[in-house]
Design a protein around this ligand. Structure first.
Ligand code: SF4
Ligand code: SF4
Length: 229
């Protein structure tokens, strides 16, 4: 006796004959058992037409993703202030940032959150193929510029496509801001340094007049003779 359960949990069983017959009888028994066991298998298959599906036809169909699930890191470079906190905390070191200070007189404006844009975000790359989805980088960002999105459809056969640069600077623009910053730094270093300020003359304290000395008390008590006169 063999026992199985359908998808609905209904136990099903069937008898398998172990009795040996001769010739044509044995052949008929085996064909019959093959037919019956096929029907049992198809009974399980057909029962799935009446139960809820647990699979989807990916990639043509998807399943709802929880809003706070960890699927993929994304950087809103317009919000980024270039503080490097995410770069420092990433345990696998896959966030590479090149933030360049603008030269004097250049104002980079404000970010969408109203804060001043302090640096050129000349480079901001993440190698997604090495990401652990730990989310640490999202917890340290004070500007909410790096966060997880629910997009998990980034399967690829080209590993290089997972290396993403979120910077909006072209290679030429990046090279220019780097060169400008380096030139300004060199110019500052070459500029003659202002002469050191002359030492302040020492302040000589004027001698304070000594307070007048008080005369010691010298009045004599009148003696007994003096008192009688
Ligand atoms: S989720 Fe973790 S591993 Fe991935 S980039 Fe952020 S800190 Fe690095
Ligand atoms: S922590 Fe946020 S603001 Fe700082 S560099 Fe990373 S993404 Fe930009």
């Amino acid at each position: 006796m063999a026992q199985m359960r359908t998808a609905l949990g209904v136990p099903i069983s069937y008898k398998v004959s172990h009795k040996q017959h001769n010739g044509l009888i044995q052949w008929i028994v085996e064909v019959w058992e093959g037919f019956i066991t096929t029907l049992v298998g198809m009974k399980i298959t057909f029962s799935h037409f009446f139960v809820k599906r647990h699979t989807v036809q990916y990639p043509h169909e998807g399943i709802p993703i929880a809003a706070r699930s960890r699927q993929r890191i994304f950087v809103d470079i317009d919000l980024c202030g270039g503080c490097l906190q995410c770069n420092r905390i990433c345990p696998v070191g896959i966030i590479d940032i090149l933030a360049v200070k603008p030269v004097a007189g250049v104002d980079l404006g404000t970010r969408p959150n109203g804060k001043r844009r302090p640096l050129h975000m000349a480079n901001f790359t993440i190698d997604h193929s090495k990401c652990l989805y730990c989310g640490l980088c999202t917890t340290v960002c004070n500007d909410d510029a790096i966060y997880m999105i629910t997009d998990y459809h980034y399967t690829t056969t080209n590993k290089d496509s997972l290396f993403v640069n979120y910077s909006k600077y072209t290679p030429e623009e990046r090279d220019k801001v780097v060169a400008d910053a380096a030139a300004e730094k060199a110019a500052k270093a070459a500029a003659p340094k202002p002469a050191p300020a002359a030492p302040k003359p020492a302040v000589v304290a004027e001698p304070k007049p000594e307070p007048p000395k008080e005369e010691p008390f010298s009045e004599k008590c009148p003696g007994p003779d003096e008192g009688d006169q």
